[in-house]
Design a protein around this ligand. Sequence first.
Ligand SMILES: [Zn+2]
Length: 309
Amino acid sequence: MRGLVSLLAFLSLLFCGLVISQPAPKIRVVTTTADLKSLTEIVGGDRVQVVAIMRGDQNPHTVQLRPSFVVEASRADLFVRIGLDLELWADQLLLSARNPNIRRGALGYVDASVGVPLLEVPTGPISRAEGEVHIFGNPHYWLDPANAKIIVRNIADGLRRVAPGQAAYFEKREQEAVQELDRLLKETVKEMEPYRGTKVVAYHKTWSYLANRYGFKVLAYLEPKPGIPPSGKHVAQVIRLMQAEGIRFILKEPFYESKTPDLIARQTGAQVIELPSSVGALPGTDDYFQLIRRIIRTLVTAFAREKVL
Ligand SMILES: [Zn+2]
């Protein structure tokens, strides 16, 4: 009998031990973009399991929904999006996923743009009649590390809402992320300092926040309006402007066609700079910090070469 009691005591201790040592299940996070996935992993550490719907080498405005995305969203604890009209497909995704945890306004819904000072917010009447995007203001705000600090706070708030027991962990990681972003800002602003005021043209209005932070000027776009492909007439105007202003650089993301930028480069002698706009768009952009460093290094190298010539 005594043996049985000790055996039972031993087994119950073992059971308790097993229960206590069982790690808490990871919080399942679905993000729309690879940049949000990277920032969520930075804040969430080993407590999160993150899936991004988009790859960094895709145009965020035109991603096609796939059934596998709906499956991921249907079992998520937290959903993180850039918001405004970057991912026009995200609302359909939430509707199809039928997951009350992440519907708009639920504890597990994070719009990362909350609190971000927006650029290019239209003041007149807005319309999507011609297929235009950016009707709520420019949604490419993640490319300024100062805004990444706001994104990190919004993600950390979301994680604390869905897992209040782990709030202290996320709080600490949020503070560390903000400090690291401050270091990144200081370092990159210094690197770009000699090139303040450099004039460029760009394919799409992707770089407004980046240009605003680092002091270069985007004077024209190959798209006549965001989301509308370049036309012959518009390209001729861009070429005239580049010649008049002495613009030597054309910025484009890897997922846009090269024909138009190459044609303009041939006619103006400008160089085409392929810049990654999201994590994973090009090799060496595996997380948010690498992405920003790669962008700045690419710009500095191109701008410096032109300065020497
Ligand atoms: Zn855009």
